[in-house]
Design a protein around this ligand. Sequence first.
Ligand SMILES: NC(=O)c1ccc[n+]([C@@H]2O[C@H](COP(=O)([O-])OP(=O)(O)OC[C@H]3O[C@@H](n4cnc5c(N)ncnc54)[C@H](O)[C@@H]3O)[C@@H](O)[C@H]2O)c1
Ligand SMILES: O=C(O)C[C@H](O)C(=O)O
Length: 317
Amino acid sequence: MAKVTIIGATGNVGSFAAHTISEIPHVTEMLLMGRPGRENFLEGCCRDMSDSFAARGTQMRLAHSTRLVDVEGSDIIICTSGAPRQAGQDRNDLAVANARVVAETAEIVGERAPDALLLMVTNPVDVMTAVALKYSELEPWQVFGLGTHLDSMRLKALIAGYFKVHVSEVHTRIIGEHGESMVPLWSATTIGGIQICNLPTFSGIPHREMMETVRSSGQFIIKNKGATVYGPGEAIATLVRTILGDENRILTVSGYIKSEVHGIGDACIGVPARLNRKGVFPVPIRLEEQEVAGFKASVDKIRSLTAEVLERLENDC
Ligand SMILES: NC(=O)c1ccc[n+]([C@@H]2O[C@H](COP(=O)([O-])OP(=O)(O)OC[C@H]3O[C@@H](n4cnc5c(N)ncnc54)[C@H](O)[C@@H]3O)[C@@H](O)[C@H]2O)c1
Ligand SMILES: O=C(O)C[C@H](O)C(=O)O
């Protein structure tokens, strides 16, 4: 039994994520939350979703609200509220404006749902995770971001396509920023359980092109259809399913690390973490030299942007 709340449920990602999450058997109650003035839209969303429940036999309590205090009693709260980037913009351009929305939301979440897990989706997601952690005053294992999970899925699909194998045969990770400085871990990439560098065909794999495709996927989709929806929606649902099922899967999400990776840290950043009902626990890892350098650069970038954003928020007060 679990209550899941989606803040930003009137938006592209929030509304699709809600529908995907409604398929998870552990979810017995779902609250769709939007801004004041969006009551009719939310009502429409609930009615529309209920129709789909009737078609597929889903049974759950579905409610909507425009009052953040109604997060009370939630097991998982997903925050997708805030502006998305427009074609040509960088995710980091959204940092200050979205941090204002996130800080206000996180404060209320911390007060009203102190036992909940808070999943950040709003971009730039690593910085927003740090803002949410600070303003909610929740524990580090309670606050996490979608991070590089979606990027890792994108790379996985490209590798599976290249080797003509089912995606379940490919394990790979991208760590660091959900953005330009993300770092692929080829050292942790396996196909059918075999390390990719031990496959004779490995030298031919177009690494650079694959990473270029992953890095530009969000921008490509936004330019062509306005928003990324299905990828993030399914990625969010995977995290929720893993947590509510207490599965202890290791997924690459944005979590607070102190110094777990080669002494690098003090930032919320994409790292492999164990996910269960208690929360999100980054796994200490060892990387190859080149990967360490890339990860350090990525963490430095996010740490300094986070500091800048937090300072702007303090100056607002
Ligand atoms: N981390 C990821 O992988 C990932 C993937 C997709 C989208 N995103 C991010 O998620 C966010 C939402 O994307 P979307 O495509 O659903 O956008 P959208 O414009 O469709 O929806 C935005 C939602 O946020 C709410 N909102 C906007 N400004 C607000 C404010 N000032 N106060 C309160 N609520 C506000 C809107 O009411 C709406 O519900 C964006 O920041 C986007 O970049 C992240
Ligand atoms: O690219 C974006 O702005 C949306 C999201 O972060 C994505 O990668 O799909």
